[in-house]
Design a protein around this ligand. Structure first.
Ligand SMILES: Cc1cc2nc3c(=O)[nH]c(=O)nc-3n(C[C@H](O)[C@H](O)[C@H](O)COP(=O)(O)OP(=O)(O)OC[C@H]3O[C@@H](n4cnc5c(N)ncnc54)[C@H](O)[C@@H]3O)c2cc1C
Length: 398
């Protein structure tokens, strides 16, 4: 038996013993394990599952053991992911720290910062939000104006961020700030700020989807210790770009259907609605549309897998993340459009469950509206096409 076969056996046994039954079911949005300092765990198994996985280092299986990661090789991680999907296990932790900040810290932070922040991220002890966009700096992110002035032993931060997802429930924010006003890209620094610091205020923004996580985040004379600067002063743009690549990789994964999984998947919904003919969806038009969508998703999944296999272990994502982000968001948006086609007016629920609406119907309506943001967040589709043209295809600048 090879070492990898042994690893698979041990992993399967451990997961069978440690993944609670309720963590092997589709995950309703309200049970998402965001964790943080003031966590909400409506289902106590969520916390148990998180703690067990974090203790193994398997919330970030490939990160270095020295910081609490799993230290798994690429092949071992592949086996772990296969075994997790075999059980239909829920993710143990959903976290901007895990998806975006952690990988950037591992590449750019000082040893001291890694030792301090990475273990907290892995265990879900701190919930992070992203302070990039500003009212006049979205696609043109390097135009940001939130200012951090050097005051000797600290930076003094003043300015405003916008579209800061979940800022009102987060503990810390990773933030791009202007530390030199004379130059654009070379005047940006990367700062970590405790949301409890005096002068930080997060104001929620309401949206049509009814469950908006958005906030405006204001900084008024916020004192930030100098040790919270990541990387060198005025060199934050490089970190910002790398973090965006990690964000785009994460968003492209939505193309694989995790959003609709909480409803049992599109095929299940279509069968429930139209009935079955043999084991197929009874309505031939919908059957054709679902099959086309599933082939698209499968082809996308295989391409993601091939790119993953071809990348050297530990290599950062690079500009190709833009290709996957662009296409993955189209697949995800297409899935929710199709769910609407399947359910017709039954996919247009509004209000609350307490008003008598079916929870699945509400979830589909909200997820459909939410999916529209996929091609905007993490950089719009137009911006991804620009990146692909320039950095993947090597086309000349217009
Ligand atoms: C669901 C969601 C979650 C988000 N979460 C966060 C968060 O947590 N933190 C955060 O900092 N930000 C967040 N954002 C903000 C997001 O990063 C910005 O909305 C995005 O970068 C676009 O910026 P903008 O809204 O200012 O649009 P603009 O930059 O004003 O763009 C408007 C339109 O012009 C087009 N455009 C602009 N420039 C070009 C160009 N050079 N070439 C071609 N077309 C162009 C765009 O594609 C778009 O269609 C989130 C956004 C969404 C939708």
């Amino acid at each position: 038996m090879s070492a990898l076969d042994t690893f698979r056996d041990e992993t399967r046994n451990w997961l069978e013993e440690n993944c609670p039954d309720s963590m092997r079911t589709p995950m309703p949005e309200r049970e998402m394990p965001w964790a943080g300092k003031n966590p909400s765990f409506p289902n106590p198994d969520t916390k148990l599952w998180l703690d067990r996985m974090a203790a193994k280092g398997w919330t970030a299986p490939t990160w270095d053991k020295a910081y609490g990661g799993g230290g798994l090789s690429k092949d071992e991680n592949k086996i772990l992911q296969q075994e997790l999907s075999r059980l239909k296990a829920r993710p143990a932790l959903t976290s901007f720290g895990l998806w975006m900040l952690g990988p950037a810290l591992l590449e750019f932070a000082s040893e001291e910062q890694k030792k301090h922040y990475i273990p907290q991220i892995l265990k879900g002890e701190i919930r992070w939000c992203q302070g990039y966009s500003e009212p006049n700096a979205g696609s043109d992110l390097a135009g940001l104006q939130t200012k951090a002035e050097d005051k000797g032993d600290h930076y003094l931060v003043n300015g405003q961020k916008v579209w800061t997802s979940y800022a009102d429930s987060c503990d810390w924010i990773f933030c791009l700030v202007r530390t030199d006003t004379a130059v654009k890209h070379d005047g940006i620094s990367f700062l970590l700020i405790d949301m409890e610091t005096a002068g930080v205020e997060a104001r929620p923004i309401k949206l049509i989807s009814g469950s908006s996580p958005f906030c405006e985040t204001f900084f008024t004379d916020v004192k930030v210790p100098k040790e919270n600067l990541v990387g060198q002063l005025n060199k934050g743009w490089t970190i910002a770009k790398r973090l965006l690549e990690h964000e785009r990789s994460m968003i492209s994964g939505m193309g694989m259907g995790a959003g609709a999984a909480s409803m049992g998947g599109i095929e299940v919904v279509a069968k429930e609605h139209f009935g079955t003919h043999g084991d197929k969806i009874a309505d031939p038009t919908i059957r054709h549309a679902v099959a086309t969508h599933k082939m698209d998703q499968h082809a996308f999944g295989l391409t993601l897998k091939r790119a993953g296999d071809e990348a050297k272990a530990g290599m950062p994502p690079g500009a190709t993340a833009s290709m996957f982000k662009y296409y993955g968001t189209e697949v995800n948006k297409g899935r929710f459009e199709l769910l609407l086609d399947v359910l017709g007016t039954q996919a247009l629920g509004w209000g609350e469950e307490s008003d008598g609406y079916d929870s699945k119907e509400l979830a589909i309506t909200r997820s459909w509206l939410r999916s529209k943001g996929n091609s905007i967040e993490g950089g719009t589709s137009e911006v991804q096409l620009n990146v692909i043209a320039k950095n993947v295809l090597g086309l000349p600048k217009a």
